[in-house]
Design a binder for this molecule. Structure first.
Ligand SMILES: [Zn+2]
Length: 462
């Protein structure tokens, strides 16, 4: 596979450093509420990325963290009157359920920040010892970004006019930070009253780790000092990923991530998503409106990951139609394939174009288009060729993580019913609506429901 690397600013071939397993890390969710479809754009694309590597025969090691302690989780758990653990466990379960509905494979390792406080404390100690961090009067510890000249390479800070501040007022203590200023950032946050019971001991006094640190500590624990790829939403490039690089390179040496994979924003109806606009949809919101998680997934795959994607209800309608078309084609193919055809072939045949497109910078949108091109040819196949085409089609669907809806049950429609329906189509095309209604009633009386489309119809049994 070839993929665009944010750091190198070019598309590169992806091969595992150790020649065996492709090891990658994704910044996970902050578990303080339901994830919305914008969050899921990132997780779904990361899932397709992994599935594509695995479909090509590569082994993967996928690590994704859970942020279960930060300003937001503490504040919201207190509002909910629950302990931090109770509260974050609840939202973790909910997140996993949503991931399952979206067919996102669970990561191989999913570490939580709270369980890795000792590793984070150790990393701070090393950073202080090596002169990259300092403690302040109140018992907080900050990373000294002036000590790391490479700071800003990922987000190309040198091309932006940003101020570097080191005064107390300019230091970034909050997990929710000002994105347009570069400043020393917090590694250890001294205990404050509003933290309640959520503090841990450290050489600098009670407190808790800053948000950026957990990823560095968990990456070191599970992937070591150098690994294949790091991924997240584009909003994490600065400062979160810059800070991760600074912490890890200064504490551990090593190259850290060989490649960076960032997924662009999701927009809704052409604008930003926000709570106040009421367009911060969760899977549950969309399910209430009658949309399945698979239809949401299809929409999320319908644009290139490097460009913002506009989510609309029209795009959900289009996704539904596209998936029904795919399901019908699959049904046609399986009807023509010999029942005893066992296929172990890994060839993509008619779907080679779709597979190549997917491997070219994870072009999911292009791959979906190419799948339809493949299907148009595939449905002309007979016998073993139909079976082969079907196997290749399913292989691609697995790479995209799409599960098709059951195509309408295959029922044999009696000739006389088809004749009536054809007659009705003819009168409809002649705009004889009265006669069309009469024929509809006749069909209904015989037990058949007819559903009209532009120049065709579908029959189903009552
Ligand atoms: Zn992270």
């Amino acid at each position: 596979m070839r993929l665009y690397d944010t750091l190198a600013r070019k598309t590169k071939d992806l091969l595992p450093i150790d020649g065996q397993t492709f090891r990658f890390y994704c910044c996970g969710p902050t578990v303080y509420g339901p994830a919305h479809i914008g969050n899921f754009r990132t997780f779904v694309l990361q899932d397709v990325f992994r599935r594509t590597l695995e479909t090509s025969g590569m082994r993967t090691l996928h690590v994704r963290n859970l942020t279960d302690v930060d300003d937001k989780t503490i504040r919201e758990s207190q509002r909910a009157g629950q302990s931090l653990t109770e509260f974050t466990n609840f939202w973790t379960v909910k997140f996993h359920q949503d991931c399952d509905k979206l067919q996102c494979l669970p990561p191989h390792i999913e570490p939580g920040a709270v369980e890795h406080i000792p590793q984070q404390v150790m990393m701070i100690e090393e950073l202080i010892a090596k002169g990259h961090a300092y403690s302040s009067e109140d018992g907080s510890v900050y990373f000294n970004i002036a000590s790391f000249p490479e700071y800003g390479r990922l987000s190309h800070l040198d091309e932006r006019e940003l101020e570097i501040g080191r005064t107390q007022a300019q230091r970034a203590n909050a997990d929710e930070y000002e994105k347009q200023s570069v400043s020393d950032f917090v590694l250890w946050k001294a205990r404050r009253d509003e933290d309640g019971k959520n503090f841990w001991p450290s050489p600098w006094g009670d407190g808790r780790p800053g948000w950026h640190l957990e990823c560095s500590a968990m990456i070191r624990e599970y992937l070591g000092e150098s690994f294949d790829l790091h991924s997240g939403g584009v909003d994490l490039v600065f400062p979160h990923h810059e800070n991760e690089i600074a912490q890890s390179r200064c504490a551990c040496g090593g190259d850290f991530a060989a490649s960076w994979f960032h997924i662009a924003h999701l927009m809704v109806d052409g604008g930003k998503m926000s709570k106040s606009l009421g367009n911060l949809y969760t899977l549950e919101d969309l399910a209430e409106k009658g949309w399945s998680a698979m239809e949401v997934r299809y929409v999320l795959l319908s644009g290139h990951y490097r460009k913002p994607l506009n989510f609309t209800f029209d795009s959900l309608h289009a996704a539904r139609e596209a998936m029904l078309k795919m399901a019908k084609a699959a049904q046609q193919l399986s009807a023509k394939a010999p029942a005893d055809a066992v296929l172990t072939s890994v060839e993509f045949g008619l779907f080679q174009g779709a597979w190549d497109t997917l491997n070219d910078d994870l072009n999911t949108a292009g791959a979906l288009g190419a799948i339809f091109t493949g299907l148009r040819e595939a449905v002309k196949c007979e016998g073993l060729a139909a079976a082969k085409a079907l196997a290749a089609f399913h292989r691609l669907l697995r790479a995209l993580g799409l599960v098709l809806p059951e195509a309408e049950k295959s029922v044999t429609v009696p000739e006389d019913i088809i004749a009536l329906a054809d007659q009705r189509l003819a009168v409809r095309q002649a705009r004889d609506w009265a006669q069309s209604d009469v024929l509809r009633d006749q069909l209904a009386a015989l037990g058949w429901i007819v559903k009209d489309s532009k120049d065709s119809y579908e029959l189903s049994q009552k």
